[in-house]
Design a binder for this molecule. Sequence first.
Ligand code: NAG
Ligand code: NAG
Length: 313
Amino acid sequence: MAMAPSPIFLILFLFPMIPFTGTADTAASCRDTCGSLQVKYPFGTGLGCGSPLFHPYISCTSNGTGDQLFLKTHTGTYPVTSISYTTSTLTITPPFMSTCTSMQTSPNFGLDWTSPFQIGSPSFILLSCPSPTSSLTINASPICDPSNNHLCAAIYTCPAVVALGLPLFPPISTCCVYSPANLNNKGELDLRSLKCGAYASVVSLEDNPTDPTHWVYGVSLKYSYGALDSNVVSSKCDSCEISGGVCGYAPPENSFVCVCKGGYNVSTDCCQYSRDQEDVWGINSSPLLTRYIWSLIAGPVLCIFTWVVFKFN
Ligand SMILES: *[C@@H]1O[C@H](CO)[C@@H](O)[C@H](O)[C@H]1NC(C)=O
Ligand SMILES: *[C@@H]1O[C@H](CO)[C@@H](O)[C@H](O)[C@H]1NC(C)=O
C-alpha cells in the first residue's frame, strides 16, 4: 500500500531543487578533494581546474587503492602527501627515497625549471657516498654541512642501512647532510655524479633529533603562482571558493571560470548563478518593492541553499 507523501514534505523537499533543474544532472568536472587531500587553487584535479600554470605538473589519478594527487617532473612522478595553502608548501614522498624503515638505491631527484615549484626542504641526507664526504663538491664547493653530522649518526643507527650494502652502524664519513640543498643546472639532486647510493629527506624531526624512527620523511616544496596569475585571479578565486565553487580556467584562452557544484560554470562566483535565477523567475520585472525585498533576502538565501545543498550532497 503506497502512502501519499505529505504536501508539506513535498514543498520542503522540492523547493531547494527548483533552481537546479536542468543543471544538477551534469557532474561537476573539477573536484575540491583528491583522496584525503583538500584541493584548492592553484592546484586542480584535471584540465581546466586550478591554475593552468600548475596543470602540466599536477594530476589526480588512482594509486591502485584510491585517488591521489601526484607531482610529475622530468625525473619521475611523486605522490603529494600534504599541502599547506597558508604557507604555500607541499610535501611529496618520492617512492625511491630512503627512510629509517626502508632504504633503497635512489635515482636522481629533479624539478622542472619551468614549473612553479622550488625545493623547500632544508636538507637532504645523502647516504652511502664515497668516504670521506667532506670532499664531495658541486662546482668546486664542498656541499656537506658538518654541523648536521648528528643527523647522519642518527639515521645510520637504522638497521635498514644493510639494504644499501653498508654494515650495521656504518662510519658516518659515508653520509652527508646537504644543506641547503641546491639543484644543479639540470634541476636535479644528482646522486649519480656525486656517487651516493641513496638519500633521505626529513620534513620534520618531531622533537626527536636522535630518533630517526619518529622523523617525518618527505621532500618539502614551495610553490608560487608567478606573475601570470595576478591578484585579480586570486581575489576572484577567493569569492568563488567561498561560494562553494572550484577555481578553474577555460582553455584555450585560459580565462578564469568558477566551476560550481552541479556542473555549471560562471565567470564570477557560484552565487552569481542564484542572482541569474532571479531573471529566470521574472523577479526583475516585478514591482520595485518586491524586487528590493527579493534582492535583500532571497538572493543570499538562494546562494546559501545552492552552497548547502551541493556541499552536503
Ligand atoms: C593511495 O591514496 C590514498 C589517498 O590519498 C592513501 O591514503 C593511500 O595510502 C594511497 N595508497 C598507496 C598504495 O600509496
Ligand atoms: C566547466 O569548466 C570545466 C573546467 O574548465 C570544463 O571542464 C567543463 O566542461 C565546463 N562545463 C561547462 C558546462 O561549461
